[in-house]
Design a protein around this ligand. Structure first.
Ligand code: ZN
Length: 419
C-alpha cells in the first residue's frame, strides 16, 4: 500500500537521519516486496498484474529475492504447481529480518520482537516506577538486548518507540509527553546512540492504529479509527491505508474533544473534554463522588471506606460483580465516548473503530452504551458502514504497531534496506 504509492517517482522521504541496512533501492523491487507484504500468497502472475511490471521482470526479481532469502514459495501446492497445475504462491520470509517495537505507556514498558511480517515472536512487559528520560533509555535498551538475544543482530531493522505524546517523526524528538513529564526531548537520537540501532519515534495511539491495521481486528481495513481509553484518551487514524498524523503530529486528540460545554475543567484548560467524562480517572472520580453523596456500592467496602483507594480496576471489578453504581458509572462513560465517536463517524466515515484500553475487560457492559449512543447520534449512512469492536491485540497493539512502523519505513522508497 502506502509508501510505494505515495512516493513513486517522488523525492526520498525527509528522514535522512534514518540509517537502515543497505540494499534494495530499486523502486520496482520495493513494489514487488510491498505487494507481497500486503497480500501474502500472491503468484508471480498476480504480482505482475498488481504492479504492472512484465512477467519476465517479475520472474528475474523473484528468483533473486528467493536466492537472497527475502521471499519463499509456500503452500501445499508447491509440488503440483511445479508440474504447472497451479501457480506457485509466494510470501515474504518472516525470518529474513526482525523489528522491535516498544511502547512507553506512562507506567509500563511493553516491548515486542516481530519477524519481517510483523508477527510477534516475544513480548516483554515491565512496570516503570519512574518515567525519567534516563530510566526510560535504560529500560528500553535492556528490553532490546533481552529481545534480540539468540537472534542475529545484523538482521534487526530497527526499533520503533510508541510515545504517549506528540512526537516530531522527522527529527525523532518528543515535543510533549505530559504523562512522562517530557518536553522537547531528542529521545530517538539518545536511544539510537545508546543501542547502536535505528530508532523511530511514533505517537503511541498512532502505533496502536498501525498495529491493528497490520495484525489486529483492522487487518487490511483502509479507513480505521483506533481509540485507547486509560487515564487519558487518545486515538490513531488511518485513512486510505496511511496513518494520518496531522499538520504537526497531533491529530487524534479525541480526549480533548468537547462533549459537555458546561462540564468539568480539563487539564488542557478547556471544559467538558471527553477525557473528563470517559477516561478511567474520570470513572474513578465519578464513583467517588456518588459514594460521597451517600449511594451504596461494593467499592465503599473494598476501599475500607477510604475512597482515595478506589482504582479504575476496582470499579471495573465491581461492575463485573454486579455492583449497580459501578455499572452505571461505566455505562455513563461509554455513553460519552459514543457521543464523541458519533462525531468521528460523521466526519471520517471509517469502516472500523477499534476500542482499546483497561475497560475492555468489561466487554459489552462498556461497549453496548457506546454503540447505543452512536446509533442515536451518528448520521445514518456513515453509521451503517462502521463496526465498533474491541482491540484484538490489547496491551500489545502499540508495541506491535511501533515495530510495524519500522518495517513500513524499511519498505519505503528512498530508504536502503534488505542487504
Ligand atoms: Zn482537555
Amino acid at each position: 500500500l502506502f509508501i510505494a504509492e505515495t512516493n513513486l517517482g517522488g523525492e526520498p522521504r525527509e528522514n535522512q537521519a534514518i540509517n537502515l541496512p543497505t540494499g534494495i533501492k530499486d523502486i520496482n523491487q520495493l513494489r514487488v516486496l510491498t505487494a507481497l507484504r500486503e497480500q501474502p500468497g500472491l503468484s508471480r502472475a498476480a504480482i505482475a498484474r498488481q504492479t504492472g511490471l512484465g512477467k519476465a521482470t517479475i520472474s528475474t526479481m523473484v528468483a533473486d529475492f528467493i536466492d537472497r532469502g527475502l521471499i519463499h514459495e509456500v503452500g501445499p501446492d508447491v509440488q503440483q504447481a511445479m508440474l504447472g497445475r497451479r501457480p506457485v504462491r509466494l510470501e515474504l520470509n518472516g525470518a529474513a529480518y526482525y523489528a522491535i517495537g516498544i511502547e512507553l505507556t506512562g507506567n509500563e514498558c511493553i516491548a515486542v520482537l516481530t519477524d519481517l511480517r510483523g508477527n510477534p515472536l516475544r513480548v516483554l512487559r515491565d512496570s516503570m516506577p519512574v518515567t525519567s528520560v534516563e530510566y526510560s533509555l535504560e529500560i528500553a535498551a535492556r528490553s532490546v538486548n533481552e529481545l534480540i538475544r539468540g537472534h542475529d543482530r545484523a538482521k534487526l531493522l530497527g526499533v520503533g518507540v510508541g510515545i504517549p505524546g506528540t512526537v516530531d517523526s522527522v527529527l525523532q524528538r518528543v515535543i510533549l509527553a505530559e504523562n512522562l513529564g517530557w518536553v522537547d526531548i531528542p529521545f530517538g537520537a539518545l536511544l539510537a546512540e545508546r543501542i547502536g540501532l535505528t530508532v523511530l519515534l511514533v505517537n503511541r495511539t498512532n502505533a496502536g492504529a498501525t498495529g491493528e491495521f497490520w495484525h489486529g481486528n483492522g487487518m487490511g481495513v483502509g479507513s480505521l479509527f483506533y481509540v485507547s481509553i486509560g487515564v487519558g484518551i487518545g486515538a490513531g487514524i488511518i485513512i486510505g491505508g496511511v496513518p494520518y498524523e496531522g499538520a504537526n503530529g497531533s491529530a487524534g486528540e479525541i480526549g480533548h474533544v468537547t462533549v459537555d460545554p458546561n462540564g468539568r475543567r480539563c487539564k488542557c484548560g478547556n471544559t467538558g473534554c471527553l477525557e473528563t467524562l470517559a477516561s478511567t480517572s474520570a470513572i474513578v472520580m465519578r464513583a467517588k463522588e456518588r459514594i460521597g453523596e451517600g449511594e451504596c456500592s461494593l467499592l465503599a467496602d473494598w476501599s475500607n471506606h477510604d475512597l482515595e483507594r478506589i482504582t479504575g480496576k476496582m470499579v471495573a471489578d465491581a461492575a463485573t460483580a454486579g455492583d449497580s453504581l459501578a455499572t452505571s458509572v461505566i455505562q455513563e462513560a461509554g455513553g460519552y465516548l459514543g457521543i464523541a465517536l458519533a462525531n468521528v463517524i460523521n466526519l471520517l466515515n471509517p469502516a472500523l473503530i477499534v476500542v482499546d484500553g483497561d475497560l475492555l475487560v468489561l466487554g459489552d457492559v462498556f461497549l453496548t452504551p457506546v454503540r447505543q449512543a452512536v446509533e442515536r447520534r451518528a448520521f445514518t449512512i456513515p453509521a451503517s458502514a462502521v463496526d465498533i469492536v474491541p482491540s484484538a491485540l490489547q496491551h500489545q497493539a502499540a508495541a506491535i504497531g511501533a515495530a510495524s512502523v519500522v518495517i513500513d519505513r524499511s519498505f519505503a522508497a528512498g530508504h536502503r534496506l534488505f542487504g
